[in-house]
Design a binder for this molecule. Structure first.
Ligand SMILES: Nc1ncnc2c1ncn2[C@@H]1O[C@H](COP(=O)(O)OP(=O)(O)OP(=O)(O)O)[C@@H](O)[C@H]1O
Ligand SMILES: [Mg+2]
Length: 187
């Protein structure tokens, strides 16, 4: 069986500081892993290396049998690997539901006529239903039409998980999903 994710000797140096030091890790389908360590241990850096936000100094990341070591982040997401951010990351100026819809990466009707008459993009019914299902799953159904940036920090975090789920991931990496103190949210 091909592992979902294989990390080999993954290393990241920031100048003289080695944030991630020769990590080996194999994750198979259906498994849940926790990454624990004190502040500054390198957890977020590890996630950023795997998701393509940072380039490793050395080592390799293999997802579903294919190297994704130097693949751009958006293509890694397309391949089915999603992550959430320790700092809240939602799309401002859009509703909670729209935040999920935008993240689904499917064709959207944005015809000139609709734009001219100031209608936003329209989404197919099944896509809206799927987005509502995801909002229900993360407990945000009651905030469906609220502007995302007005949500309390804890709810923005849940929306971050909904956004990641909307991409249809095979593997989901959650960076401190249950911490919503001001420091984690704004540092
Ligand atoms: N972009 C960067 N440039 C320079 N140093 C960095 C950068 N990102 C992280 N570091 C350093 O790398 C080390 C690991 O940081 P990282 O954020 O990965 O830790 P963490 O385990 O996620 O910590 P926390 O529990 O506080 O979230 C820290 O010493 C940090 O200061
Ligand atoms: Mg971190």
């Amino acid at each position: 069986m091909t592992a979902l994710l294989e990390i080999r000797r993954l290393t990241k140096k920031f100048g003289g500081l080695t944030a991630v030091d020769a990590i080996d890790l194999t994750i198979n389908e259906g498994e849940i892993h926790g990454v624990i360590g004190p502040n500054g241990a390198g957890k977020t850096t590890l996630f950023s290396l795997v998701s393509g936000a940072l380039k490793p100094t050395s080592g390799e990341v293999v997802f579903l049998g294919q190297s994704i070591t130097n693949v751009p982040a958006h293509r890694i997401t397309d391949q089915g690997l999603a992550r959430t951010f320790q700092r809240s990351a939602v799309y401002h100026g859009f509703s909670v539901l729209e935040n999920v819809l935008i993240s689904m990466h499917t064709d959207v009707d944005t015809s000139v006529w609709k734009a001219l008459f100031n209608f936003g993009p329209t989404y197919p019914k099944d896509q809206i239903a799927r987005a509502e299902e995801i909002l229900d799953f993360v407990g945000l159904s009651g905030f469906r039409d609220h502007p995302a940036e007005n949500l309390a920090l804890g709810h923005q975090r849940s929306l971050g998980i909904a956004i990641a789920l909307a991409t249809g991931p095979r593997l989901l990496m959650l960076d401190e999903p249950s911490s919503w103190d001001e420091r984690a949210g704004s540092s």
